[in-house]
Design a protein around this ligand. Structure first.
Ligand SMILES: NC(=O)c1ccc[n+]([C@@H]2O[C@H](COP(=O)([O-])OP(=O)(O)OC[C@H]3O[C@@H](n4cnc5c(N)ncnc54)[C@H](OP(=O)(O)O)[C@@H]3O)[C@@H](O)[C@H]2O)c1
Length: 217
């Protein structure tokens, strides 16, 4: 697949690099041209340029920018993003005095704000739950069962694109409903990161008997 990555930070590098290794054609678009060129060189991307060029590059565009920026960037490039699968990995979080807090309003999600800002884009929420450093690792380092990437999508073809990206990285796609459920996946990030920051291990809160893990009902 051809993928335009908008952003040159940690997630652009981690996901863009993983997709290059999986055999996809990745284009890095950054507002800082030197950073885009440097990142493209590091990950072996097919090209580099502006965020506008990345928006219009492929079947898929990744918004790898802060949550407060993503809807505005999507609005700015709504024309180029129309008809494409637009992956939103953003977490709208603030440290907050009592722990990590969502900055979105009740029931609101970054993914929903992006979809409203770029109505022709086929937005998919995905990749927001694991830290950037996880996408660099070989999937088998997590054990016999590949880790899952929950995603929310309204469009079947866009869901298929993201499923293919996830599978190609050796992870497992976890459909988590339509875009109206993205707020739950984003709130899950607030919970998980809050527990990590407090020194805990959130995965221990979701035990499964071995039979369920093997996929036996
Ligand atoms: N890091 C993680 O572990 C992680 C995990 C899950 C989800 N996320 C989410 O992934 C997204 C990206 O995170 P990150 O860690 O990659 O952030 P980052 O390293 O800070 O990179 C952010 C990128 O966004 C660009 N940017 C900022 N404002 C922009 C604008 N107005 N127009 C165009 N580009 C702009 C920055 O460009 P400049 O360098 O020019 O400022 C930079 O390339 C965030 O929404 C975050 O919540 C991050």
């Amino acid at each position: 697949m051809r993928i335009g990555v908008m952003g040159t930070g940690a997630m652009a590098e981690a996901l863009g690099g993983a997709w290059v290794r999986a055999g996809h054609e990745v284009f890095v678009g950054g507002r800082d041209g030197a950073a885009a060129r440097a990142l493209a060189g590091r990950i072996g991307a097919a090209g580099h340029g502006t965020p506008a060029a990345a928006a219009g590059y492929g079947e898929v565009a990744l918004l790898a920018v802060p949550a407060g920026v993503a809807p505005e960037l999507a609005r700015e490039h709504a024309g180029a993003l129309a008809g494409r699968t637009v992956v939103d990995c953003a977490n709208a979080l603030d440290p907050g005095p009592g722990g990590v807090m969502l900055t979105t309003g009740p029931g609101e999600s970054v993914a929903g704000l992006i979809a409203a800002a770029a109505p022709g884009a086929r937005v998919v929420k995905a990749f927001n739950l694991a830290h950037a450093s996880m996408w660099d690792r070989p999937a088998d380092c997590f054990g016999e069962v590949p880790p899952a990437v929950p995603f929310c999508a309204d469009d079947a073809e866009a869901a298929g694109h993201v499923g293919e990206l996830i599978t190609g990285m050796g992870w497992s796609p976890m459909p988590a409903g339509g875009l109206d459920r993205a707020a739950y996946v984003e709130a899950t990030a607030a919970f998980v990161i809050g527990v990590w920051w407090a020194g805990g291990s959130p995965r221990l809160a979701f035990p499964e008997p071995p039979r369920a893990r093997e996929g036996v009902a």
